[in-house]
Every structure is written in C-alpha cells, then in structure tokens.
Design a protein around this ligand. Structure first.
Ligand SMILES: Nc1ncnc2c1ncn2[C@@H]1O[C@H](COP(=O)(O)OP(=O)(O)OP(=O)(O)O)[C@@H](O)[C@H]1O
Ligand SMILES: [Mg+2]
Length: 471
C-alpha cells in the first residue's frame, strides 16, 4: 500500500515539527510548509492525498489557500486548523469545501482520527463514482452468452481463477469478447469493489505510455508541470487490464517486467519506488509466440504474463452461440435505440449461421445494429443482414471499419472534416446498398432532395450503377 501523502501548512514552526513527528509515526508521508508560498511550491512538485491548513496564515488566509489547492487537486480533503476565537471562520471554510476543522491546541489523536476518516470518505467517493460506471455497464456472467461447450469452459476457468491474484492472459481474435471477460474476472474476484483500470497499449504513443502506466514526477519531461499518478497506482488493490499488450513497445516491456516481478516501480523521473498491489489481466489478438520469435516481444515478459492463459474461440467455431447472442444483442440494441425489434426471420438467421464472422461478436453486434436501424418492422428480414460487399475499393461497409477509420491511429486524430467526410461516404455506400441503388428511395431516407443527393454522390465519386442488384 502506498502511504498517503499529507501537506501541513502553518506559520508556527513548532506546530509543524509536532505534526510532522506525529503523522510520520502514524505512517503518513508528510511535507510541511511555513506559508502559502511554500505550500504552492510543494504542490507543484508532488501530489498529496490530504492537506492540513491553518486558517490564519501570516501572509494569506487559509481559505484562499485551500481554494488554490482545490483548483489543483479537486477531490483532496482539507482539514482546517483554527484558534478558539475564529470558529466562525472555520465554519465558513467548511462551507467552501473544507472536510472538517480542529481548534488549536489540537489533540494529536483527534487529528489522526480525522485524517483517517477524511481519507476513507475520499476513497469511498471515488470508488462510488467508479462503481457507478461499472454498474452502468453491468458486466457479469449474466451478460455473457456462453451456450457452447467452448465458452462454458471459458466461464468455468474465469470463476476458478478469479479468486487468485495470478496474471491472466487472454488471447482471441478481435471482437471475441476479451474485454468482457477481463471485466468478468475482476467482478468475480475479491477485488471487485476496487478499481478496474483499462489501458489500450496500442492506442497510446510510446512517449506517453510509460508515464501513463507508472506516473511521473514534475519536470520529468517537457510539459510535466506537476507529478501524476500512473494507472498502476490508480489500480491499487484492484485490477489493471493491459489491452493489446502485443503492441507495447520493447522499451516499456522491460519496465513492465520489472514492475510485475518486484511489485514496485519508479515513476518517470522519480527516485523513490512505489509499491502497489495490483492484479494484472492482459489481452492480445496477436500471436505472441510469433512476436517473440520475431524479436518484437520479450520472451521473459511473455513467460511472466503467460501464467493463466484463456483462449477465446472465434465465433465461427461456436456457431451454436449465435442464436443466443442474437437474442441477447437484439434486446440490448433495441433498448439502446428505443426500438422494439423482436427477432429475425428464419432466412436471416440462416444467413447469420453461415457467415464466417472475421470480426466475431463485435461484427455480429454491428450487423444487428445496422439491421435494427434500417428495418421498418419489428422483425429483421434477410435483406437487411450481410449484403454482399460492393467493390468500391477501400470503403468502409461495416460500422466496425468505420469506427476503425475514425479512431486515433498512433495517437493522432483525423480532422473533424476528414472524419465527417469519410463517415458520409461510408453512410452513402451502405444506404445505397440497402436500397439496391435506387436513388429516389435513398435520398428520401437520407432526408435530402434528389438533386442534393446526386451532388453528394458526385462529391464522393460514388457510381449508382454499382449498387443495382437484380435478384
Ligand atoms: N459472449 C458474449 N456475450 C455477450 N456479448 C458479447 C460476448 N462476447 C462479446 N460480446 C460483445 O461483443 C462486443 C465486443 O466484445 P469485446 O470488446 O469484449 O471484444 P474484444 O475481444 O475486446 O474486441 P477487440 O479485439 O476489438 O478489442 C462487446 O459489445 C461485447 O459486449
Ligand atoms: Mg478489446
């Protein structure tokens, strides 16, 4: 456990000495400041979990200082110290965001007690916020469709290993449910009430990934104006999900290996090691054995994370799951879109059962989302699912590839204009597809006048003839 760090600000040197001794004895990290100037310097150098501030500082009033501190660390509890004569001021401080106040001379045991309470309530508040996020997503076994023998085995493995602290290695093609399973492991574990922190190692540039994971001290690099906690620290006592670990640069792999072996690490630019208690779950769609052979992935790290492997089978190897997934996903999508689409025609279902599903469950979800959007009825007919692809080059024809086009690649976004234009093109292609190239109908659905619609097609160099189907 990382010792909480406390900042004490008072213009009385003796009081600072006393507080320092007492707090250090109670295993807190303590920094003292003689006034506002020193206090602000301290918060620029490191982060704090709590501050104790004298209401009447020689050079400044404590409330103003508290507000400055809150501007930097919004949720940080502040305890105000006050003389007997100024209790009113202390009450005012509480109205403006102080956690509580103590009158001087204070009883050190009372101070320790209040600090404990403040830190606990702050922790609860942030955990509550995080839990609300998790609840909204409701990740538990009830939301995981696993009719097939293969998926049943996966879920059995999940419940067996959830109770341990071993590193879990999830391997599966894209869209097979890696993240869903990672969250299920967390929720079935004794860590379920603590943080589940996820990071996609492929989405963050190499230069930022290290400080993102391990945090950094102020001045560690240009732009590091203040020290920051990394995700490892945020996941303390909880679970850290390292997604797409196969894309982690070699330089950071070394550091991760050390962190996993020693259960401690050094923030970027930091000299003091930070200790954490984190359960690590990793996921990859790459074959890491191959990556090791190619020299793209460290062998020692591979063995360190390959403790409990879980392999998620591709959807085409468990087609018996499809009808149940369809039922589950249709309910989910209908609910999201406030529609009441009840099911698929047998012909549509047959089409789904025969498809290859290179994008797995995510592709199935996108296919159904498209069908629900397009259908005018409460049932999905076969013409609305998996139409044969048009040969229009590198055009996105599934929501998944549209998403892939819009998401940041190597950390940089496309401009809104480019993204909008790409989306517009992909939309038109899918729309024309579903209308068999009938421009009048397509223009009507798109809510455009015919002439304007033709202009759009021209802008994107889309040929109507390519969408005409005769069947
Ligand atoms: N067995 C399942 N039951 C219900 N929903 C599922 C199942 N598997 C996947 N899904 C859903 O499919 C979508 C994709 O799943 P998830 O994001 O977990 O896949 P992934 O393997 O992490 O994909 P990617 O490789 O693209 O990151 C999610 O919306 C998820 O809820
Ligand atoms: Mg994923």
């Amino acid at each position: 456990m990382v010792a909480p760090k406390i900042l004490v600000v008072d213009d009385d040197k003796n009081l600072l000495e006393l507080a320092k001794t007492r707090l250090a004895a109670a295993n807190y990290g303590v920094t003292v400041a003689l006034g506002q100037e020193e206090a602000l310097e301290a918060v620029n150098n490191e982060s704090f979990d709590l501050a104790i501030v004298d209401l009447r500082l020689a050079d400044e009033d404590g409330i103003t200082l508290m507000e400055k501190l809150h501007a930097i660390f919004p949720g940080m509890p502040v305890i105000i110290l006050t003389g007997h004569a100024s209790v009113e001021g202390a009450v005012d401080a509480m109205k403006r965001g102080a956690y509580t106040y103590l009158t001087k001379p204070f009883d050190p045991r009372e101070l320790i007690l209040q600090i404990g309470r403040a830190l606990e309530s702050c922790k609860l508040a942030s955990e509550n916020q995080m839990l609300k996020g998790m609840l909204k997503e409701k990740y538990d076994f009830a939301n995981i469709i696993a009719k097939s023998e293969k998926m049943q085995q996966v879920l059995e493995a999940v419940s067996r290993i959830a109770k341990t602290d071993s590193t879990v290695y999830i391997h599966g093609e894209s869209g097979t449910g890696k993240e869903l399973i990672a969250k299920a492991i967390h929720l079935a574990s004794p860590r379920k009430d603590k943080a589940f922190v996820a990071i996609n190692c492929a989405a963050i540039p190499e230069t930022l990934l290290e400080s993102e994971l391990f945090g950094h001290e102020k001045g560690a690099f240009t732009g590091a104006v203040r020290s920051t906690k990394g995700l490892f620290t945020q996941a303390n006592e909880g679970t850290l999900f390292l997604d797409e670990i196969g894309d982690m640069p070699l330089s950071i792999q070394v550091k991760l290996l050390r962190a996993l072996e020693e259960r401690q690490f050094y923030p970027v630019g930091g000299e003091k090691p930070v200790q954490v208690d984190v359960r690590v779950v990793v996921a990859t769609k790459k074959d890491l054995v191959e990556e090791v052979k190619k020299g793209q992935f460290r062998e020692d790290l591979f063995y360190r994370i390959h403790v409990i492997p879980i392999v998620l089978p591709p959807l085409k190897d468990r087609i018996e799951d499809i009808p149940y997934l369809v039922d589950h996903l249709l309910k989910k999508i209908s609910h999201q879109m406030k529609r009441d689409v009840k099911g698929l025609t047998p012909k549509a279902m047959e089409k789904l059962m025969q498809h290859d599903w290179p994008g797995n469950v995510r592709e199935l979800e996108n296919t159904l989302e498209y069908a629900v959007t397009m259908t005018q009825r409460d049932i999905v007919t076969d013409d609305l699912v998996l139409q044969t692809k048009v040969s229009t080059g590198a055009v996105a024809t599934t929501a998944d590839s549209i998403q892939a086009q819009l998401l940041p690649t190597s950390g940089s976004f496309k401009t809104l204009k480019e993204a909008r234009s790409e989306f517009e093109r992909a939309y038109l292609v899918r729309l024309l597809h579903s209308c068999n190239g009938k421009a009048t109908r397509a223009a009507e659905i798109a809510g455009k006048y015919r002439a304007d619609f033709y202009d759009l097609l021209k802008k994107h160099d889309i040929k109507l003839a390519e969408f005409k189907r005769f069947n």
